[in-house]
Design a protein around this ligand. Structure first.
Ligand code: IVH
Length: 699
């Protein structure tokens, strides 16, 4: 007779199963279950845990929303520091470097250089260790961090397709690699992926990333591996180490071995013998720059021989055997024809320069942001001026300065910041201490349009089919009427039709009949949109909160708030102090939330959304109070708990975990091989616990 499993056993099994599927989904991007099947498993576990609350543990998948890794990233020391490079900005500096290299080596020695593109991304170390059947498998991916200590971003790194997760024994042999080694290289975000990401960010009311490098860095550090997988990062390998030492006798061989082993190695690398050849390579690279599809900001030149590299050694933070030749910024001079004022979701008015179209680094530029009134004052720019426009790694060009000489006379017309909203003519307000002017009218068509677009955006409520064109129609306007350029003479938008939607809540009242009355909307489109809107009702509290567009409340904050308060009701009445009790919520954010919910219209919107059937509750993460107000520092290896487990236990009991010991530290929890942190604790007289001591405090 089969014995029934105990609740505890069932819970354990379900957790295992859920973790397995989360891994398939998030890390391997190869789900085996449909969302519904996954939800069914999760619901069974939730129910069992609800019946047996004593069996709930902080590491249960029910305690994480959306399968996210809850903790930040663990810190990892590099086997050998990840250095930066010295720069050369012209041929003279390049030749001076060559001289230094030559004078550091015996005169008779032959030199070779390898020229590579300087990829504008972030460097990453991949550690491989022995896998099954003589293979090597990816153990860890670590960011550069401060060069000595980086962050363990393995889960995210696994989603990068050009990072091999394992390398078969045969390939290792062919490449001459051992089972354990470290590969270093650059993570880049291709330009197309960067533009797409920024469009999404802007639609979601977030600031666009300044350039692909920042975007790549942000992506690799997000806590959502599925987002990383969508972003299509690339990894180019350029270094190979074993036990912190260069493995092969030359860099040329290293690149070849990496390629053989299955790493992506940038195709534009060349081994050369003279500086003339280096200079020629640089010229080719400058031309290539516009067509690569990813950003480069120069050329890296490395001494080929590993033995010479070793003998040349390092100065401070950079090797003597390599140099980065940096390209000049891409800039051009053009005329400022006029200034447009755009109104964003928060009512913020942004001045945008209208320029005589000019080609800057291969791209025609006709607009550049002027940011705000202060920036205009700082530049001292007038309409009719000639200005220097620069495009860095970013796609958004900026005005650097006003150009004035005999060919470029000054303009005459002052830029007048509007006194009222360029779209609805309402008053503009500037909060003390802030630079931005904002339209005070919450119902300003430009603002409502942005609000709706933000609500519908991917990563927020994910309503497909509710893009710009549809929103404009729903607002009963033609695209031009809410656009900054074609405002009618009186400055008010030309309203052509009656609006179907005035607020976010109205979206949930739309009918098929109404939609069929719009241009280019057939039954199929109408039904698809209604289905999307209906589906979005289930997005959950965190998404709703994000969708409302409260200032400073981004994805992560929304998530933390949802988990902490568990319902919109609780959140709406929370005081600033109660809000600040949430991890990562500071006074500025708390204040913005309090202000948002103090406005009656916002309260009304939220209650309408709830009565229209949107989910405005979340699973509350139960945080105990046993360790409230106490700060812990973990050091050394604990006998049974991993760092992450210990951290989770402390945090779920209301305690905080910090990385460094200070007078404010309440306890240092020390395991085996505890180092300087333990010493520091002893010096400062901070209490020291072992694991058993910690566990005792937790019970
Ligand atoms: S070699 C010790 N090669 O540039 C040598 N770096 O400015 C370190 N980079 O931190 C790096 N492309 O992130 C090397 N082909 C390339 C590179 C490259 C981009 C980055 C790297 C490094 C930074 C230094």
């Amino acid at each position: 007779m089969a014995t029934a499993l105990t609740a505890d056993q069932q819970i354990q099994e379900l957790r295992e199963e859920l973790r397995h599927h989360e891994h398939l989904y998030y890390a391997l991007d190869a789900p085996e279950l449909t969302d519904a099947q996954y939800d069914a498993l999760m619901n069974r576990l939730k129910k069992l845990e609800a019946d047996h609350p004593e069996l709930v543990t902080p590491d249960s998948p029910t305690q994480r929303v959306g399968g996210k890794p809850r903790e930040g990233f663990a810190k990892v020391a590099h086997s050998r520091p990840m250095l930066s490079l010295d720069n050369a900005y012209n041929e003279e500096e390049l030749r001076a470097w060559e001289q230094r290299v030559r004078s550091g080596l015996p005169a008779a020695e032959k030199l070779q250089f390898v020229c590579e593109l300087k990829l504008d991304g972030l460097s990453l170390a991949l550690q491989y260790g022995p896998g099954a059947h003589g293979s090597a498998h990816l153990e860890r991916g670590v960011t550069r961090g401060d060069g000595t200590i980086g962050e363990d971003v393995t889960t995210n790194v696994r989603t990068i397709r050009s990072v091999p997760l394992s390398i078969a024994a045969k390939k290792l042999k062919e490449a001459g690699l051992p089972e354990s080694f470290e590969v270093r290289g650059e993570v880049v975000l291709p330009q197309l992926a960067f533009m797409k990401m920024n469009e999404e960010r802007v639609a979601a009311g977030m600031a666009p990333a300044a350039n692909p490098r920042n975007a790549a860095a942000g992506t690799i550090r997000t806590l959502e591996p599925n987002i990383v997988a969508q972003r299509r990062l690339d990894f180019y390998a350029y270094f190979l180490l074993r036990d912190g030492e260069t493995l092969l006798p030359s860099h040329t061989e290293t690149l070849q071995a990496l390629k053989t082993a299955g790493f992506r190695v940038n195709a534009h690398a060349k081994t050369v013998k003279t500086i003339e050849e280096v200079v020629a390579f640089i010229a080719v690279a400058e031309d290539l720059r516009e067509t690569l599809g990813y950003e480069i900001d120069g050329v890296v030149i490395k001494v080929d021989s590993a033995s010479q590299q070793r003998r040349l050694g390092f100065t401070g933070k950079a090797p003597r055997w390599a140099i980065a030749y940096k390209f000049a910024a891409r800039a051009a001079v053009t005329k400022l024809e006029g200034v447009l004022f755009q109104v964003g979701r928060t009512g913020k008015v942004t001045p945008v320069a209208a320029l005589t179209p000019v080609v800057v680094g291969g791209t025609t530029v006709s607009r550049a942001t002027l940011h705000n009134a202060d920036e205009i004052a700082r530049l001292g720019v007038r309409i009719g001026d000639y200005v220097q426009v620069e495009r860095g790694g970013d796609v958004i060009p900026k005005i650097v300065e006003v150009v004035e000489d005999k060919d470029h006379p000054r303009g005459k017309k002052e830029i007048v910041f509007p006194q009222s909203c360029p779209v609805c003519d309402s008053e503009l307000m500037r909060v003390e201490g802030e630079v931005d002017w904002r339209c005070v009218n919450n119902a300003c068509p430009a603002r409502v349009r942005e609000e709706l677009l933000h609500w519908a955006a991917r990563g927020v409520m994910n309503i497909e089919g509710l893009g710009d064109a549809m929103v404009v129609q729903l607002l009963g306007q033609s695209a031009a009427s809410v656009n900054e350029e074609e405002v009618s003479e009186e400055g008010a938008p030309v309203v052509e039709r009656t609006a179907l939607v005035h607020t976010i809540a109205d979206l949930y009242r739309l009918t098929q009949e109404q939609l069929l009355g719009l241009e280019r909307v057939g039954e199929k489109t109408a039904d698809a949109l209604l289905a999307q809107i209906e589906r979005s009702k289930k997005a959950g509290l965190a998404r709703v909160l994000l969708g409302l567009g409260v200032r400073f409340v981004g994805e992560r904050t929304a998530q933390l708030l949802a988990e902490h308060f568990g319902s919109m009701e609780a959140l709406m009445v929370a005081s600033a102090e109660e809000l600040e009790a949430v991890n990562e919520v500071g006074p500025k954010v708390a204040q913005a939330i309090v202000e948002y919910f103090a406005i009656e219209k916002n309260q009304q919107l939220v209650s309408e959304l709830a009565s229209l059937g949107l989910t405005v509750t979340a699973e509350k993460r139960v945080v105990g109070t046993a360790l409230a107000g106490l700060t812990f520092v973990l050091t050394g290896t604990l006998p049974t708990l991993t760092r992450d487990e210990a951290k989770a236990k402390i945090e779920s009991a209301g305690g905080k975990v910090s990385g460094s010991v200070s007078k404010k530290t309440s306890f240092v929890v020390a395991g085996d091989d505890a180092g300087s942190k333990l010493e520091k604790a002893q010096q400062l007289g901070v209490n020291v616990l072992d694991e058993a001591g910690l566990l005792e405090m937790l019970t």
